[in-house]
Design a protein around this ligand. Sequence first.
Ligand code: NAD
Ligand code: GDU
Length: 331
Amino acid sequence: MSVLVTGGAGYIGSHMVLELLDAGEKVVVIDNLSTGYHWAVAPGADLVVADIADTDVVRQTIRDHDVNAIIHFAGSIVVPESVADPLGYYLNNTVKSRGLIAAAVECGVKNFIFSSTAAVYGNPKENPVTETAELAPMSPYGSSKLMTEIMLTDTSRAHDFRFVALRYFNVAGADYKGRSGQSTPKATHLIKVACETAVGKRGQMEVFGTDYPTSDGTCIRDYIQVNDLAAAHRAALKYLRSGGASEIFNCGYSKGYSVHEVIAAVKRASGNDFKVVLSPRRAGDPAAIVAASSKVRDALGWTPQHDNLDEIVLQALNWERGVDRLKASAT
Ligand SMILES: NC(=O)c1ccc[n+]([C@@H]2O[C@H](COP(=O)([O-])OP(=O)(O)OC[C@H]3O[C@@H](n4cnc5c(N)ncnc54)[C@H](O)[C@@H]3O)[C@@H](O)[C@H]2O)c1
Ligand SMILES: O=c1ccn([C@@H]2O[C@H](COP(=O)(O)OP(=O)(O)O[C@H]3O[C@H](CO)[C@H](O)[C@H](O)[C@H]3O)[C@@H](O)[C@H]2O)c(=O)[nH]1
């Protein structure tokens, strides 16, 4: 029996593969390497280089590897890009997920875990935001993920098929053992951009918006460390395998940090007082979003191990310093 990880060559997926291998699971990855890397897939896992839209390959992989659970990370992830190219996002995130879910049902795979996002909430009326809050995505990215959640809910009602959708808040940091990290090309995420600036890959960075109704005027987010997030998926896998009902859980720490606070943490960790430019707001950014996390803690017994912004930033910084060497040695 194996677990199929789609998008397992990407940032979060590569950490999931490590988490599963560490737990003694057999793992097969399907990834088209559009933003992922061959070298990011741990050697203990099999990699099938294919698009999830190729459902013949998906079905064959499920059968060849006796797959009994799918963890679905493959997708497009940049909010502003989704505003510019909504149909591209609905294709890659929604239409292709539909094909994958159909292949799972056809092949009798009953357990499915989906990478959803806090972006389904849009700009929440209250923080921390609970799973029952109004769903009002502010971008095609958020809508494309919400539509997949809806497909999963309807499919689980019609078939012998159960799912867990995990709504990630802001994923950050790198493997605590240094085996993987974020290598996304042209990264847009705050901690990644700040670390690239700290190590001199960028001359400066921007703060998008200083006039939000928050303590220091910059946006507030809940940053969850990537190994902790992978551990939540493994807890969800155990839950589904033991017969748990389909569920949706937030994944965050219930703690918010402002953009200024995050940049200060990166400056502290790097010892580099790099240049920061104050810029206008970025389209589509909610002012503040922080997860209510008691549901995932109670139902899955999830207990974070890396809930510390300084640790998260240091991991990201160490990864940034070493990643080019790693990439070069793999090519
Ligand atoms: N990074 C975050 O903060 C965050 C937050 C919420 C949700 N998510 C979700 O988590 C998932 C993983 O995100 P990530 O940060 O690791 O991004 P990533 O870009 O590093 O990983 C995505 C992986 O999927 C692959 N892929 C994309 N489209 C594919 C397709 N059609 N067929 C096969 N492979 C395909 C890419 O090559 C890449 O390896 C995404 O679904 C994303 O929406 C991420
Ligand atoms: O160079 C930068 C990059 C980001 N920011 C700010 O930092 C905050 C966090 O931005 P990120 O781009 O790191 O993350 P987002 O909150 O926009 O989005 C992330 O979290 C969302 C859920 O909250 C989605 O899941 C999405 O996929 C994921 O990218 C925002 O206020 C953004 O404007 C800057 O000021 N400068």
